[in-house]
Write a protein that binds this ligand. Structure first.
Ligand code: SF4
Length: 188
């Protein structure tokens, strides 16, 4: 019998009128006892799309008490049929990750230690260094004397952890600086 996942879940929930799993010869006692202990027990399932590349694999996100508790490939999606690559399989760690940095860290040139800095200090340093580098290296014309107005000394490297809207703003800022080397981690 070829059931879709969601149809199976409905069948194992309140039951389908006129038809029960026991009538199909399946015993649910063990499965129910196991499911009750799962972290996804009682969680709402939300269908979403993996943000990491343009393949667009579908993901089922399980949310419980306002927290994301699980992500898994959607078996009903014709693109990925439930499978995910290593990046998509690690999607949960995008929000739940004890190693995720919560404060800016700074390491001075030739330094060996990371120091905690506040965002004000960090943003000021970044702005100052970008401006200094751009001012020193900005090219008005190329070797042929053609106007180019570009900055080749700074590379902008994006991340797939940004949303489409964040990417749009970041690229507009990079173009405004005159950057021409702009790439994205999802292509690696
Ligand atoms: S990163 Fe992997 S899981 Fe995510 S959309 Fe691309 S192929 Fe699919």
């Amino acid at each position: 019998m070829n059931w879709k996942r969601r149809e199976f879940i409905k069948l194992t929930g309140a039951g389908v009128a006129g038809l029960t799993l026991s009538q199909l010869g399946l015993r649910l006692d063990t499965a129910k006892a196991y499911a009750a202990g799962l972290k996804t027990a009682g969680a709402a399932e939300i269908q979403t799309i993996c943000p990491f590349c343009s393949v667009g694999c579908n993901i089922i996100a399980s949310v419980k008490d306002g927290h994301l508790v699980s992500t898994e490939g959607d078996p009903d999606c014709p693109i990925n049929e439930g499978s995910l690559c290593a990046k998509g399989a690690a999607l949960l760690t995008m929000t739940n990750n004890e190693h995720r940095l919560a404060k800016p860290l700074y390491r001075a040139p030739y330094g060996e230690k990371w120091e905690e800095k506040d965002w004000g200090w960090m943003l000021e340093q970044m702005a100052k260094r970008v401006k200094d580098t751009r001012d020193k290296t900005f090219m008005l014309k190329n070797a042929k004397g053609e106007t180019v107005n570009r900055c080749e000394s700074i590379i902008h490297f994006g991340t797939s952890h940004m949303s489409n809207e964040e990417c749009a703003v970041a690229v507009q800022a990079a173009r405004a600086y005159g950057l021409v080397f702009i790439d994205h981690q999802a292509r690696i």
